[in-house]
Every structure is written in C-alpha cells, then in structure tokens.
Design a protein around this ligand. Structure first.
Ligand SMILES: Cc1cc2nc3c(=O)[nH]c(=O)nc-3n(C[C@H](O)[C@H](O)[C@H](O)COP(=O)(O)OP(=O)(O)OC[C@H]3O[C@@H](n4cnc5c(N)ncnc54)[C@H](O)[C@@H]3O)c2cc1C
Ligand SMILES: *[C@@H]1O[C@H](CO)[C@@H](O)[C@H](O)[C@H]1NC(C)=O
Ligand SMILES: *[C@@H]1O[C@H](CO)[C@@H](O)[C@H](O)[C@H]1NC(C)=O
Length: 595
C-alpha cells in the first residue's frame, strides 16, 4: 500500500525572532482545546475570567469532513489537522516489524504501509493519530460516548481522599454537559440542556429476524446469558444509564455518540464557538495556529528555597510548526513571544503533548531533563510515565454474501475476566476496522464483517508492556464472537475468517495462537495517564486531586493525561466531564482567594 506523504510543500520563510516581552495578559491561559482544555476555557470565560485559549491547529467546525460524524475515518486521515505520532508497540524491533501496518517513508513523498518495504525506505513506526484542531481529537474521533465503570472514578477518590471524584458525584458533570436527544425528558441520569448533543442510531433492523445480522445478534444473546427473544429490545438499552450493578451487566446497548440526531458532530468546538458568539460577550480569546513551546516561570521564584510559580507561556506563531504535522517543513519556525497570565496556566495538550510541554518547561524526571540540557524547575519523576491505553483488536471475516445488519453493540464479561465486571466493549457490523495507519481502513469488499473489541481496565500500565491476562481476555472475547457468526445462516455463513484465525478456528487456532495474533496486531487510540493525579505519597503522582502540578504554583494539567487509569472503553466524554469539573474547582478556588 502506498499513500501520499506530504501535501504540496508549503514554502514558508523561516521566521525566527527573539523572545519579545509580554504583549497581553489574561487571568487564565489554557493550552489545547480538546475535550480537556476546550470546555474548561469556555467555563472560565463564562464565569467572568479573562481567558486565553491557545490551539496549535485551526478551526474546522464548518468543514463537513469534521462536522458530519459519518466522515470520521476521512477526518482522522485528513492532512488539514493530522499529527502523526510514530510509536513502538514493543522494545523488540523484530516484534514491531510483524505489525501488518508498520509504516515507512519511501523518500519520494509517499508512505509504504506493510511488511515488505521497498529498498531504502526509512522506518517511521506505527501511526498513532492525533488531531491538532479547535476541539482536539473530539473533532476526528468516531464520537463514541460511553461512561467508564464507577471504579475508574472512585479510584481517584480513593487515591487522593477527595470525595468529589466519586462516580456518584461525577455524574453531575455529565448531566451538565449533555444535551440528550434520544431519551424522553426527565431521566435522572441524563442532561438535556448542555452543549454536548448525544444521540443513537436507529436499531429497528434488529426486529427483522431474517437478516443475517439479527441471527448473529440472537446467537450472541444466547452466548452471553441474555434472552434471544428480547434481543430487538435490548439493542436499545441506554449504555449511559446509572445504577449500582450496571458495570456488572452484560448486555447489548445502543451505541451513543457525541453527535446530534441529524448526524452533526458535537464537541468542545461547538461550545467554544458558542461562547465566543454569545451576546453576553464572555472574555474568551482564542488564538489558533499557535504552538506553546514552554511554560514561563517567575524568575524570582526559581531560586533555592522558593516554589516555582508559572506566570505565562512562550509561544511560536504559525501553522504546521509541529514536526508531527505532515505539512511541517523541516526547519520552519515562527515568531516567538511570551504571554502572561495573572492567575494560572493550564496545560491541556493531550496525553502526548502535555508531558512534553511540562518537560520542555523543566518539569519532569531530573535525569532526563539534564540529558537534554533543560534546566530543572521541578524534579517530577511521573511526568510522561504511567501511559495507559485500551487494548484493541478485531475479528474480520468475509461472508458468502453481504452481511445485512446494523451495528451490534455489546458490553460483556469474558469467562476469564478477573472479577465480576464487564471487560470487553465490542461492536460488530459490515465494516472494517483493524487499527490506524495512513489511509486506514482497508475496504475488504461488500461482504466484510468485523467485530472490533476494546478491552477495558488494562492490568498493565507500564507504558511498554501489556499484561498477558489482558491478552487472554481478548482471546476469550474472540472465541464468543466467532461462535456467534456461525448462526448467520446461508448464504452468508460459513464466514471466511481473515483474522485472528484465517480460515476459521481449527486445531491450529489455539488460544495461544490467537493471543500471539493480538499481541502482534493489537492497536489503540485512547492514550491517557501521562500526568496522573495521585496521592501525596505517590512518587509518580504529577497532579493533586485539584489538577495542580505538584511542587509548583500557578500550573495545572487538565486533559486525558490526568486520569490515573484508563476510563472505561472510550475517554472522550469522561475527559469532557473532567474538564468541567476542573472549571468548577478552579473557579471555586479563585472566588475563595477574592475573599
Ligand atoms: C482516531 C481517533 C478516534 C477516537 N475515537 C474515540 C471515540 O469514538 N470515543 C472516545 O471516547 N474517544 C475516542 N478517541 C480518543 C479521544 O478523542 C481522546 O481521548 C480525547 O480527545 C482526549 O482529549 P484531550 O483533551 O486529552 O486531548 P486532545 O483531544 O488530543 O486535544 C489536545 C489539543 O491540544 C492541542 N495542542 C497540543 N499541544 C499543543 C501545543 N504545544 N500548543 C498548542 N496546542 C497544543 C492539540 O492541537 C489538540 O487540539 C479517539 C482518538 C483518535 C485519535
Ligand atoms: C427483512 O429483511 C429482508 C432481507 O433483507 C427483507 O427482504 C425484508 O423486506 C425485511 N423485512 C422487513 C419487515 O423489513
Ligand atoms: C528570567 O531569566 C532568564 C534567564 O536568566 C532571562 O533570559 C529572562 O529574560 C528572565 N525573565 C524575566 C521576565 O526577567
């Protein structure tokens, strides 16, 4: 496979300027406008604080590639906003070279994706997509909106003693942001007046018993302890309902997305723009195409015995200045200046960029900073560590005929799960999803059928190694899903499995073989936890329970990197909840300091 590497090279004069003195000042500066930074900046401005929101990308809110949720694959491939991170799955290079979608730079302006690169191609690695755009990755993601297990919130309360993180309390932030468009008004678990539209697909297909997808659905019901005769109703169950035993309930659900019921994406982009356009003239300023290069500290606080205080940021202005941007031209820089904040700087660059910004500012593991000649402002060993992610893998088959169906969404517990909780979120349908690479996904023809699995509550969060238990749970899930396919009926069945067991499960396709497949071909796109909240005694804690960077003043991190563990199967909505919680905490603190 070959894909275009670069758009027409945008020639741009290298503008390098000396750091200019502070031009403007704001109460708060928020860096990054994704689910973490976007809602927070809007809330601070709505509370009357002059707020500057700095975003490296532009605004694509009106661009149909982003505005129409159905175009999500196109959006994630779009050079307009794409930041390509090239990652490794393993410390063993030979292991990574077995990954089917390893990507190479051919040197002639194209990518090569696959196992047999042309001579001279340079290894890039495994693509990990990110979006640099107003609204962050919530502008190119699939929009799946799913509450994490209660445990994933409660653990923050337990680690820090701050009860405001309890799952019961966090629900109020979901209610605050949600504009539910799929349930009758009055459901106590939901909000109806927020800025984040949520909607579901029409699942009436499941009433048609002659569809192959319905036959698979009913078999799946049987295999997971549900009533097959009730399947057509179960598919409409609310995935974001609240309740004590919900996290232990294996069931079909209706997949909720952060989009309205006309298919328009809903994200922090809408909220930011609504805040800017509001006749109340909230004091929000948005600076697009501006890259924050570091946090600036008050020199007077940088001497021994005092606590470093963040007073602003250094920025470089211009588009495509970041190297991960495929449009970046090597060596291009923009004018550099400093912008000051009266109150605080809040970093929300996402799970890769927030720790990078901290490290560039002198906050991180001292030995690493010293290696790069970065003066140490605060030795904080947890910055950039503890990376968490959902483990994902898929089953793909070709039917004997197109598999007529809608989407089946199932949250279930595999028999080998370590506790009573559901451990797999899966969705099955006539699509293809096998991870991320330039040009993804591969179209396997009109008979393609996929069950994509997201593994929840990963046991390993060391950033480099995955627990074997996690793999075994994916295999446990695969064995159930494959069994259900057999019920599809002629002429669709027997389905011709492409992976993890080409040709279907036989004597050769043992659990060990499948585990090896998932270990080699797994993918992920929900990175979290690289600036984690933790307790006072936790050496790797970067933040306290109020998002304050430990050991410095005037600086917080508010985005997916703050979660100590991966929240559920999909972090987008949980990160927006965390964002409005942060706003509430910060505003409360500011009001206290006025008194
Ligand atoms: C392809 C894809 C599909 C996904 N699908 C789903 C899904 O269906 N459901 C779900 O729940 N989750 C999904 N996710 C994950 C989810 O979108 C992210 O977890 C979420 O967006 C994280 O929010 P964030 O604010 O932490 O970071 P981001 O969304 O990454 O936002 C960070 C923002 O900061 C900006 N920024 C970074 N560094 C700088 C800097 N130095 N200066 C200025 N600005 C900067 C970036 O441009 C970006 O806009 C998906 C992710 C991807 C990549
Ligand atoms: C059920 O699906 C079959 C196969 O696509 C179709 O022919 C039939 O019209 C559908 N029935 C209803 C009631 O929609
Ligand atoms: C802080 O100190 C640095 C290094 O000595 C210097 O370059 C910078 O101008 C100082 N900043 C201010 C605001 O005084």
């Amino acid at each position: 496979m070959r894909f275009r590497l670069l758009s027409a090279l945008i020639a741009s004069a290298a503008l390098v300027a000396e750091a200019a003195p502070a031009a403007a000042s704001y109460d708060y500066i928020v860096v990054g406008s994704g689910p973490g930074g976007g809602p927070l900046a809007a809330e601070l401005a709505r509370a009357g604080f002059s707020t500057l929101l700095i975003e490296a990308g532009g605004d694509e809110g009106e661009n149909p590639t982003y505005a129409d949720i159905g175009n999500f694959n196109e959006a994630a491939n779009d050079e307009t906003t794409r930041w390509d991170f090239w990652v490794k799955h393993s410390d063993d290079p030979a292991q990574d070279l077995k990954f089917k979608h390893t990507t190479w730079d051919t040197g002639d302006g194209t990518f090569y994706v696959g196992l047999n690169p042309p001579e001279g191609a340079k290894l890039l690695g495994i693509q990990y997509p990110r979006a640099a755009v107003l609204g962050g990755c919530a502008m190119h993601n699939a929009g799946v909106c799913s509450m994490p297990a209660d445990d994933d919130w409660d653990i923050i309360a337990k680690k820090t003693g701050d009860k405001s993180w309890s799952a019961a309390n966090m629900r109020k932030y979901f209610k605050k942001i949600e504009k539910n468009e799929y349930l009758p008004a009055g459901d106590a678990a939901h909000g109806y007046d927020g800025w984040l539209a949520t909607s579901v697909a029409d699942n009436s297909w499941a009433k048609n018993d002659s569809l192959p997808g319905t036959k698979i659905l009913k078999k799946l019901a049987e295999l997971t302890g549900q009533d097959p005769n009730d399947a057509a109703n179960l598919v409409n169950r609310d995935i974001n309902q609240a309740g004590k035993k919900v996290d232990e309930t294996t069931s079909f659900y209706n997949m909720v997305t952060h989009a309205n019921n006309k298919g328009k994406r809903s994200s922090p982009n809408n909220y930011i723009r609504a805040t800017l356009a509001d006749p109340a003239k909230y004091p929000l300023t948005v600076k697009l195409h501006t890259l924050v290069t570091r946090v600036v500290f008050d020199n007077a606080t940088l001497k021994a015995g005092s606590t470093p205080r963040a007073i602003g940021v250094e920025v470089m202005e211009g588009a495509s200045l970041y190297k991960a941007d495929p449009k970046h031209v090597a060596g291009t820089k923009g004018p550099v200046s400093q912008i000051l904040a009266n109150r605080e700087v809040i970093v929300a660059g996402g799970a890769f960029n927030s720790p990078q910004i901290l490290k560039l500012s002198g906050i991180g593991p001292a030995a690493e900073l010293t290696k790069f000649n970065i003066p140490v402002v605060k030795d904080l060993p947890g910055v950039g560590e503890n990376l968490g992610d959902n483990y994902e893998g898929s089953l793909l088959a070709l039917g004997g005929a197109p598999v007529e169906s809608g989407l089946i969404t199932l949250l279930f517990r595999t028999p080998n799960a370590p506790n009573k909780k559901r451990n797999i979120y899966t969705w099955c349908g006539a699509f293809s999803f096998e991870g991320f690479w330039p040009g993804f996904p591969t179209y396997h023809g009109p008979t393609q059928y996929t069950c994509a699995m997201v593994h929840m509550a990963p046991k390993s969060q060391a950033g480099s190694k995955h627990g074997d238990q996690d793999l075994q749970e994916l295999v446990g899930g695969a064995n159930i899903l494959r069994e259900a396919w057999k019920a599809a009926g002629a002429p669709v069945a027997p389905l011709d499995e492409q992976h993890p067991c080409p040709g279907g499960k036989d004597d050769k396709c043992t659990d060990a073989v499948q585990a090896d497949y998932f270990k080699t071909q797994a993918y992920s796109h929900h990175a979290t936890s690289t600036c984690a909240i933790g307790g006072d005694k936790d050496k790797l804690a970067v933040l306290d329970s109020k998002f304050r960077v430990r050991g410095v003043k005037g600086l917080r991190v508010v985005d997916a990197s703050a979660f100590p563990v991966v929240p559920g199967a999909f972090p987008s909505c949980p990160t927006m909840m965390l964002s409005v919680k942060a706003a509430e905490d910060i505003i409360a603190e500011a009001k206290k300091s006025y008194l």
